[in-house]
Design a protein around this ligand. Sequence first.
Ligand code: PRT
Ligand code: ZN
Length: 223
Amino acid sequence: MKPRDRLRIAMQKSGRLTEPALDLLNRCGLTFRQSRDKLFCFGEGEPVDLLLVRDDDIPGLIAQGVCELGIVGRNVLNEFKGGAGNGAAALTEWRSLGFGRCRLSVAVPQEMDYNEPKDLAGLRIATSYPGLLGIWLREQGVDASVITLAGSVEIAPKLGTADVICDLVQSGGTLVANQLRETDVLLQSEAVLAGPETLPTDERGDMVELLLKRLDGVIQVRE
Ligand code: PRT
Ligand code: ZN
């Protein structure tokens, strides 16, 4: 099979990162013709196409070489890198993009007596980030059981399926609404431009370099 000569960037199809990501690419001079199935967008000027996918799939698509770059939350990227079986995937942050800011935090019921991570010993912690939570618990020397949930993590303590949670927080409104209190920040996150540590040595690599240069200009103007 002939190697691809067009660059592919994966981004979230529909969610918090979609609009700011597309806006950033537009400001880097990239425009796209929306295809009918809306999974693949053909780039009009430069040889750069878009893949519109679930954010969780982005690191895997880069690791498999389906695309060269992805715009994804650091939380998703690091969970992939730290997750079981993904150790070999040498993915890196080429740039941090300044939007989609949030943090991954532990939160406990407001009435719970909590002073330090050791107080989590023996508890059940609900999260969608078992890899990152597991690493943090090991660093803290805490033995707790991690309960992996795909969503609605914040209601787990009320439902009795977990004692505390580890979830993304932005304004803190969701925690307050669920009578939870943020105690420890595991990760400060924002959208990043992710890619393999080693770029292709062909035209696609040149295009990445051009894009990074434009991106730096756009980010500087914005700051
Ligand atoms: O369908 P797909 O899988 O692509 O979308 P998704 O539902 O997984 O992702 P989406 O669109 O919700 O979030 C995409 C990315 O945005 C995340 O991976 C983060 O990097 C980033 N981001 C920024 C956030 C938030 N802020 C955020 N507040 N992601 C989620 N939240 C949720 C959080 O999980 C919690 O339920 O918002 C709630 C907390 O918000 P506050 O303001 O009440 O604290
Ligand atoms: Zn997702």
